[in-house]
Design a protein around this ligand. Structure first.
Ligand code: SAJ
Length: 457
């Protein structure tokens, strides 16, 4: 924790709206934030909300977490963390000192001065934004919000959400934004499990409905986070996150298409990317894979394309990249089919063993994991499937029921074909290469091996 943060860093001159009332409300809140008497609230205690709550409790605020799940609330009040990036050893003393507690009761908001909203923003099956979590959180908050509060939405969403959807829900009883209460957007940039970048040292972008809102948002985050980046308005702040993650999704789509091209031309795409990455400027390597998993990259860009379409512009890059990334599971199954064919085996009736089902290396999250699509496609084509993943002991597969993680080496030997979907560092790749009949490697996990039984993406 950066000790300098304890000394309440100096903030630049803050704009106000020139109204003595707003200066009173803004100045009162500024003072409470500065002397740590402000009561901080966080709605949504997942991988974004809980680390944020802990950072503010650590610098001296009284923080109240609000979540619908009683189990999360009880765990926090026992001082037990359920989030990988928040050690219980850090959280427990804060709970014992009375600086952090949790509740399912939104009425506590009537006693709070700041509220961060960190609820999920998934996609519906139709790839349209599912705003239900934000709407229900704001409906609750609106009942208890009072003059002098600062509300900051952190959930990733389309540009315009804060001013078009949230603001009208909070503006009530004549409360005027920028004068009586303050409203900002600040994109979450949490990267679960990242050993170098955690909540306190990831630069924090924040934009308000009015300059007074932005100033208070900057003042608030500056108390607990190392770097704060104020921007002009909430829409800029909303768009920042979408650019960041759309950039990733489209570049992953590009290298996936490169993999398809190189496959047809007999070129090793991994060598191409490795060599291109020696360029010291103007290039950033991305790597092909079995598809796009996780709850950010496959989701966030479609919040942008949905809004863009409403504004009359087709987001063609996003749609195309989404299509290419969505084709990768089919491409992998085709590789497996061809690998079996080379052994004069049909996919139907063959045993295919999958190594790694989490959506990326060394984590336990299977949300949107391409492994789920690949297992489903293999079952649809009549293959028998099994998997190994040290982070995922059991898995439900559409059309395949519940599967249990098996021993990787044993099953590699028994199966007709092994396919590496997630390249966890803990797998014994050397023995798998020795024992397997054929291995389809979608992650270049076997780049150091030259055995003849390896088929690369
Ligand atoms: N993937 C590829 N090729 C790549 C990179 C990723 O196929 O070159 C795949 C991964 O296997 C995974 C999916 O894309 O299935 C997403 O991977 P990711 O590395 O983007 O990881 P995420 O989904 O955890 O993304 C988060 C994001 N963080 C936030 O939204 C706050 C993203 O902005 C980060 O850049 C990313 O973590 C990160 O860098 O770890």
């Amino acid at each position: 924790m950066n000790s300098a943060l304890m000394d309440n860093p100096v903030n630049t001159m803050e704009e106000t709206d020139g109204n003595s009332g707003s200066q009173n409300a803004a100045e009162r809140l500024r003072e409470k934030i500065a002397n740590r008497t402000a009561r901080v609230g966080v709605v949504g205690l997942g991988y974004v909300g809980l680390p944020l709550a802990v950072e503010f409790a650590r610098v001296g605020y009284h923080v109240t977490g609000i979540d619908l799940q009683q189990s999360k609330v009880d765990s926090i009040n026992r001082g037990e963390s359920y989030i990988q990036d928040v050690p219980t050893s850090v959280m427990e003393p804060l709970v014992k000192a009375g600086r952090l507690n949790a509740t399912t009761d939104f009425s506590v908001i009537s006693e709070l001065d700041t509220i961060n909203i960190c609820v999920p923003t998934p996609l519906r099956k139709t790839k349209d934004p599912d705003m239900s979590y934000i709407v229900s959180a704001c409906q609750e908050i609106a009942q208890y919000i009072h003059a002098g509060t600062l509300t900051i939405l952190e959930s990733t969403t389309y540009p315009g959400t804060t001013d078009e959807l949230v603001l009208p829900m909070l503006e009530r009883d004549g409360l005027k934004v920028g004068e009586d209460f303050f409203l900002c957007f600040s994109p979450e940039r949490v990267d679960p499990g990242n050993p170098k970048f955690q909540t306190y040292n990831i630069p924090k972008v924040v934009g308000g409905i009015t300059p007074a809102c932005t100033a208070l948002g900057k003042h608030f985050y500056s108390q607990a986070l190392e770097t704060v980046v104020p921007v002009e308005g909430t829409r800029v702040a909303e768009m920042v996150k979408l650019l960041e993650n759309t950039f990733r999704m489209i570049n992953i789509g590009l290298v996936n298409e490169m993999a398809l091209m190189c496959g047809r031309m007999g070129i090793n795409v991994w060598e191409v990317i490795e060599a291109a990455a020696t360029k010291p400027f103007g290039f950033m390597p991305f790597y092909p894979g079995p598809g796009l998993g996780g709850h950010c990259i496959p989701v966030d860009p479609f919040y942008l394309s949905w809004k863009s379409k409403q504004s009359g512009i087709e987001a063609r890059f996003i749609e195309l990249a989404g299509y290419i990334n969505g084709q990768m599971p089919h491409f992998v199954v085709e590789k497996v089919q061809n690998a079996l064919n080379d052994q004069t085996k049909a996919l139907k009736g063959s045993h295919v063993h999958v190594l790694g089902v989490a959506y990326k290396r060394d984590i336990d999250d299977v949300r949107e994991s391409p492994a789920l699509d690949i297992l489903h496609l293999l079952l649809q084509k009549g293959a028998r499937v099994s998997y190994s993943d040290p982070f995922v002991p059991s898995l439900r597969v559409e059309g395949g029921g519940a599967l249990e993680s098996q021993d990787p080496v044993e099953l590699a030997e028994a199966a007709d074909c092994v396919v590496i979907i997630t390249d966890h560092t803990g797998f014994d790749y050397r023995t798998v290469v020795e024992r397997a009949k054929v291995i389809v490697d979608t992650r270049n996990a076997l780049k150091r091996y030259t055995a003849g039984n390896i088929v690369r993406l």
